[in-house]
Unconditional design. Structure first.
Length: 227
């Protein structure tokens, strides 16, 4: 008599269903070259700035510097942060973009608010990893120049030539650089002439000369008034 052996068949295990991989939550992108969005903890007062009355402050690290504009004038701020090593940016409260910025060292001159009806109590905010110097002066105290002008970086020129056009050439310092020009006439009280680009160029643009020309860039440029 044979003996039967019962066999038990094991059901195959269910195939695991992969769980959905959670998507990472989007994070805000912070532009390190945009400058401070709130006032730095370090605060200094440069005092009064007027015709024949410049001011200067020195220090290191992020800073908010206040000053008092005395008179119907615009203030030129000159930054020397040539020893800085990290992202450097000069801006002001409420600005959408910095006056000037760079991945490392930054030097240049920048024209502040030329609107005569604006608040005379002004301030600039500096993001800096290193030591710096900030000089404040009236645009009426800038040296007077004439003829072709060339340079590198941001600058404010007080030009004596009489001209309504100028040939401007610009070469960017690298990717992301741009050129912005603002020409303010001393003879005509009209709005400034504005021009700029994000690509290298050589072209003839409208200007208001004699007057002040504010150039914002990290690249090299040449400006030749056309009589």
């Amino acid at each position: 008599m044979s003996t039967s052996t019962a066999r038990t068949t094991q059901a195959p295990s269910a195939t695991p269903t992969p769980s959905a991989t959670p998507s990472p939550s989007p994070t805000a992108t912070v532009d390190p070259l945009a400058g401070p969005t709130v006032a730095p903890a370090q605060q200094l007062d440069a005092g009064q700035v007027g015709d024949g009355v410049p001011a200067q402050v020195q220090g290191s690290g992020d800073v908010a510097v206040t000053y008092l504009r005395n008179g119907e004038l615009a203030v030129v701020v000159t930054l020397d942060c040539s020893a800085c090593t990290g992202p450097t940016a000069l801006t002001a409260p409420g600005r959408r973009s910095a006056f000037g910025s760079a991945e490392g060292p930054l030097t240049g001159s920048y024209l502040m608010d030329p609107i005569r009806s604006s608040d005379p109590n002004q301030s600039v905010w500096l993001q800096a990893a290193g030591s710096w110097t900030l000089r404040f002066e009236s645009w009426n105290d800038l040296p007077v120049v004439s003829g072709p002008q060339s340079g590198s970086g941001s600058a404010v020129l007080r030009i004596a030539d009489t001209a309504t056009t100028a040939q401007v050439s610009w070469t960017p310092a690298g990717p992301g650089d741009k050129f912005s020009g603002r020409s303010f006439g001393t003879v005509s009280a009209g709005p400034p002439q504005l021009f700029g680009d994000t690509q290298a160029f050589t072209e003839v643009v409208d200007v208001a000369m004699p007057g002040a020309l504010a150039i914002a860039t990290n690249g090299t440029w040449t400006v030749t008034p056309i009589p």
